[in-house]
Design a protein around this ligand. Structure first.
Ligand code: PLP
Length: 400
């Protein structure tokens, strides 16, 4: 008798995790992994923030019991998330127009949002940027949606092809779901300007589109408040919209799986109905969320002292990435590279679309043990004072 799994085919390897496996198997001591989406400190280590340590120490000392959490997570956590996204004096918050559920990272927030939307509007098409975070398409497809791209990146200017993006969004059928990177676009590092966000809000309003903002890097471009610009423009618009947010990067809590889904409704009474349905989605997926990450984040954000500590540490991560951007551009110049790489300084967040070709990326790996995504995306946060010169020399060789 044959196995019930006889017809199961091998799924394609995750491109980024596959890169990590190859990197780990590489015996060269000089190897560098620029393929990851993780912040490393100057010693090449994932930091455990002091603010997090302090909150964890207090939790450990109080030894709290581990009962089930509410389906949507604790309200102290929801309030902390809402203040970061919308600003603590937001009229939407005062009006009860925002519901927030703890989620398993930004990915979990996207997934419960997608499941909720599938029940609300099963025939909608989801539009994601071209290119986008590599999991967006599969996530919405697995939730049952058809997924299409809207134009975004322009390789010639290394910025956003805003005219093409506008033309596309302006022609979408009402009810289409548009996934927007709120800041620090992954993978390109190219963000919309303040004025462009206002135009996107107008297009969503005029076209009856459903905006789904994905905010995975708040604080990594210019700071907590300035990085919320997209959310704030949508908040001021009177539209209903979704925001997935994540503390994986900003709290360096990757493995704790801590994020949130926030939904803006038209009124308090509507919020209650929407939350009741979102809770069904959560209940049937994983019942209720884990305790630890939410407790740590809420403790840090509600203590003035820990919050200040966190903001300083977040600024430290942001500044180090910026220093690596400038450092890489200068080092490439010093290596005699004639091609202009100054765009790397303008790109925002953890990543840069370097314009390196798949062949050049391949040469970096085989000749130098430097791993990057074949699209030319590199993670600036994986550079440090010890590997920067080596990486610049290698890039200079492959672009020569
Ligand atoms: N959205 C974007 C654009 C991302 O880059 C990431 C992480 O790389 C996520 C969502 C998911 O983050 P998390 O690890 O919190 O699930």
């Amino acid at each position: 008798t044959s196995s019930i799994f006889a017809a199961v085919e091998m799924a394609p390897r995750d491109p980024i995790l596959g890169l990590n496996e190859a990197f780990n198997a590489d015996a060269r001591e000089t190897k560098v992994n620029l393929g990851v989406g993780v912040y490393y400190d100057d010693n090449g280590k994932i930091p455990l923030l002091n603010a997090v340590k302090a909150a964890e120490k207090a939790r450990l000392e109080s030894m709290p019991p581990r009962g089930y959490q509410p389906i949507e997570g604790p309200s102290a956590y929801a309030q902390a998330v809402q203040a970061l996204l919308f600003g603590k004096d937001s009229a939407l918050l005062a009006n009860g127009q925002v519901i927030t559920a703890e989620a398993l990272g930004g990915t979990g927030a996207l997934k419960i949002g997608a499941d909720f939307l599938k029940r609300l509007n099963p025939d909608a098409t989801v539009y994601i940027s071209d290119p986008s975070w590599e999991n967006h398409r599969a996530l919405f497809e697995f939730a049952g949606f058809k997924v299409e791209n809207y134009p975004y990146y322009d390789a010639a200017t290394r910025g956003v092809d805003f005219a093409a993006m506008k033309a596309c969004l302006g022609g979408l059928p009402a009810g289409s779901i548009v996934v927007l990177h709120a800041c620090c676009h992954n993978p390109t590092g190219a963000d919309l300007t303040d004025a462009q966000w206002q135009e996107v809000v107008g297009l969503c309003r005029d076209g009856g589109l459903v905006p789904f903002l994905d905010m995975a890097y708040q604080g990594f471009a210019d700071g907590i408040e300035p990085d919320a610009v997209a959310v704030r423009h949508f908040a001021a618009s009177g539209l209903q919209f979704f925001v997935s947010s994540s503390f994986s990067k900003s709290f360096s809590l990757y493995g704790e799986r801590i994020g949130a889904l926030s939904i803006v409704t038209a009124a308090r009474e509507e919020s209650a109905r929407v939350l009741s349905q979102l809770k069904r989605v959560i209940r049937t997926n994983y019942s209720n969320p884990p305790i630890h990450g939410a407790a740590v984040v809420a403790a840090v954000l509600s203590s003035p002292e820990l919050r200040q500590m966190w903001e300083d540490e977040l600024a430290g991560m942001r500044d180090r990435i910026r220093a690596m951007r400038t450092g890489l551009v200068e080092a490439l110049k010093a290596e005699g590279v004639s091609q202009d790489f100054s765009f790397v300084i303008k790109q925002r967040g953890m990543f840069s679309y370097t314009g390196l070709t798949a062949e050049q990326v391949e040469r970096l790996r085989t000749e130098f043990g430097i791993y990057a995504v074949s699209t030319g995306r590199i993670c600036l946060a994986a550079l440090n004072s010890r590997n920067l010169a080596y990486v610049a020399r290698a890039i200079a060789k492959v672009v020569a």
